[in-house]
Design a protein. Sequence first.
Length: 421
Amino acid sequence: MELLAPAGSLKKLKYALHYGADAVYCGMPAFSLRGARANQFNLKDLKKGIEYTKKLDKKIYLTLNIYPHNQELPLIEKHLKIVAQLKPNALILADPGILVLTKKIIKNLPIHLSTQANCLNIQAANFWQKQGVNRIILARETSLREAKEIKNQTKKLELEYFGHGAMCMAYSGRCLLSAYINQQSANKGNCTQPCRWPWKLTNRLTVELEQSNKSKKKKQTQAKFQLEQNNQETYILNSKDLCLIEYLERFRKAGIDCLKIEGRNKSLYYLVTVVKYYKQVLDATPAQRKNIIKQALAEFDKLGNRQYTTGFALGQDPQIQNFSDSGNRSDYQMVAELTEPEFAEKVEDNNYKCYIHNAVNLGERVEAISVDDLKTVRIKKILNHDGEERQSAHGGTDDFCYLQTSQQLSNWTILRKLKPE
């Protein structure tokens, strides 16, 4: 089962691949439904990313999954001609019109149907396959049971399933709140996420939500939520985050071809942590799996999150929404990243060229996250880019510095610490 990771920048693309992703997805801001706000790609970086990915014998999928109006079609045709020259491994799209243009302009390019097209049944899957779609990224509302049924009826059609990341309160992410409130459309990749805000009604109202879920054994479980809205605020629109790392074997046995991680707008720290543990679980033996999952869940709790849910995968989770708050902020912060190996240089033993994200001090203990390890090291020396010793280093600039650590570090390591109180 392929592990597919998000890439919001060329740097994130490289880290995702080195932490175990088999493939990455990315795209230009103007054409990416969920990547416009923090997307750092331009054509130059996109070309570099494709070349870099293929050099590692891995795959890269470009996103062109917006829903365009008439006036945007000429720009899309122009972009498709550029895509034809770039030669990615596949193109991710949602709009039937873009599908027609793609087949007209680019020959023999695999096409992946975006989750935004909300495909969740056998007939829809068969329809899209007849239109030339090679892979369907199933809607998040599709259960594992339904995905298995689709796979059994469409043997040659690849299926991709979201395994981890943010969930949207709107059906398949088709939300208009951001456009209505802030004039920034989620369906143009620029969602301001008003669903994460606290809401309250001007009049008193008590709402009782009751959801039931019947299993094959006809057993019924119920969950009730009492929401009283008066002068207090509620986060009724706020969805929890998806986490399916405990159930990967079920997806593999169901015939899912690709497991997708959400998060082109997420931090580098988030990216390497999530990709690392999903890859470890996918590669683990049955005897190893339980312990790795336990480690993974502990690390995921250290990331900023909105609490975790299995979403619709196992049948709708009655507690898919987080009513209490907008999410838990991480107690940790990323303080530094080792520069890429081709640019790295050592002044002396265990002295590494780094880019600083948050303040790090001489003598401080920090945790080093690498592809294969997690360990605590002490900062023994700090030198600025001119080689002058310093008591601390601070983020906010593009300047690098040198950190000497008490233990040896490997390439692609990031350093984190507990946030100061």
